[in-house]
Write a protein that binds this ligand. Structure first.
Ligand SMILES: Cc1ncc(COP(=O)(O)O)c(C=O)c1O
Length: 432
């Protein structure tokens, strides 16, 4: 059990509450992970705040100007804002999302898969996928560089075990062999969560690496059933030519009768509405019938019904209106992409200057998304994070004391070079 949960349980043992706790209740705690560190940086990181997975410019979140313009009288009927949204989400939004999914993933054209359902953000969608398909005591394969909330969802909430494989092999490529081995070693059915662009490294597979992943999953499916959760939180922010630009879902959805896939999407991130809490979950698998898809939807609806009952209405209405009628949506999306790509290129350039210091702090390969991350090569990432914050007012994120994550989505381009210099300076002061 996590130490933080143990500490909380010790406090609760002084009351009747402890003996009333469920097993999940005993395991749960609030991690000192990304959210807590971002809150601390909010107070102290006066110069650079590279903590949160939220894209900002001039201190404000990127956004659709069309949505900002909707905040005035007369744009909506009260029923578009104040009534409950339909179970599973606004029908128009679901239809638009499916169309967008096919537009962005041409490989999906003509393939059969389920209807996207709306959730209260992607976290909720992943948590529901886990509730439905990750039993207590089962094993979920996960790269060793992963979003820390998976630990809370799969291990602490669901009571499953995360089984890690090294994300990169010694040549700095995706460790597809390691992934396959971990899947084959799972007792019984295999389960896996894959997230590209990856949080925390900002890495997405090349087309060649994607093909290798697909081939490996097909091979595993020869000997066991495989459940794949695809976390597409940062979909679309691909900055290099050779990167695979489609979701893995598009290849897996009709790959093998023994493979079942749940694709999680984040309107929160992709469409810059972080606070609206809109995510999607879509199921797919070769040969699944309409009746099966219908039953899957109803299971997911049941999970929504008994958790949040229903998802946010105003956000869905606004997103539909922006996607259907917005005059500037393309411009605003292009603006986000252009800005992220410029920051990405500035970061690559800034890192080059420190190549001879990579034995101090080694950048993991990155080519997409909001983040890059350093391996602290066995030294304390928490030590470096707190030193950077206290001495240089620079906010970064420590992950499991061995990785330092930099969210360039929230650092202006003209500050990126300085931030990288400061990170290496601090590491030198601490460790040289
Ligand atoms: C990899 C990954 N998946 C899922 C999420 C959840 O996104 P949402 O804000 O929609 O819950 C995040 C958010 O930080 C993330 O980094």
């Amino acid at each position: 059990m996590n130490e933080l949960a143990i500490e909380l349980n010790e406090v609760l043992k002084t009351s009747l509450c402890y003996s009333l706790l469920s097993e999940e209740g005993k395991r749960l705690y609030f991690p000192k992970g990304i959210v807590a560190q971002a809150a601390e940086a909010g107070e102290k990181a006066k110069k650079y705040n590279a903590t949160a997975g939220l894209a900002t410019k001039a201190g404000q979140p990127f956004h659709f100007s069309d949505i900002m313009d909707m905040y005035k009288d007369g744009v909506f009927k009260p029923s578009d804002i104040f009534s409950y949204a339909p179970g599973g989400g606004d029908k128009k939004l679901r239809k638009l999302w499916k169309e967008e999914m096919i537009r962005k993933n041409p490989t999906l054209k003509g393939k059969k898969f389920g209807e996207p359902l709306v959730f209260g953000g992607l976290t909720h969608a992943i948590s529901v996928a886990a509730t439905l398909f990750v039993p207590a005591g089962s094993t979920v394969v996960c790269p060793d560089l992963f979003w820390d909330n998976y630990d809370l969802i799969f291990s602490d909430l669901r009571g499953a075990e995360l089984k890690f494989f090294k994300f990169f092999n010694d040549e700095g490529h995706l460790n597809v062999e390691g992934m396959k081995k971990a899947l084959l070693e799972c007792p019984g059915d295999a389960r896996i969560i894959l997230n590209f662009p990856n949080n925390p490294t900002g890495y997405s597979p090349s087309v060649k690496e994607k093909d290798a992943i697909v081939k490996a999953l097909k091979e595993v499916a020869k000997v066991k059933k495989v459940f794949v959760i695809i976390d597409d939180a940062y979909f679309g922010l691909f900055f290099e030519e050779e990167t695979n630009k489609e979701s893995l879902f598009a290849d897996l959805v009709d790959l093998d009768e023994n493979i079942f896939v749940a694709k999680g999407d984040a309107a929160t991130k992709e469409y810059m509405v972080w606070g609206f809490r809109i995510g999607f979950l879509t199921f797919g698998g070769k040969g699944l019938s309409d009746d099966v898809y219908d039953a899957l939807s109803k299971k997911a609806l049941g999970a929504i019904r008994c958790t949040v009952s229903n998802c946010d209405r105003p956000g869905q209405s606004m997103l539909v209106k922006a996607l259907e009628e917005g005059k500037n949506t393309k411009r605003d999306m292009d603006d986000l992409f252009g800005e992220m790509k410029e920051r990405y290129l500035a970061l690559k350039e800034a890192l080059k200057k420190h190549e001879d210091e990579y034995d101090l702090l080694k950048p993991y390969p990155f080519n997409s998304g909001y983040f890059m991350a350093f391996s602290t090569l066995g030294r304390s990432a928490e030590g470096l994070r707190s030193y950077l914050l206290d001495k240089y007012q620079a906010g970064t994120v420590n992950i499991f004391d061995k990785t330092l994550r930099v969210a360039f989505c929230s650092v202006e381009k003209d500050k990126i070079r300085d931030l990288v210099d400061v990170i290496y300076k601090a590491a030198g002061e601490l460790w040289n």
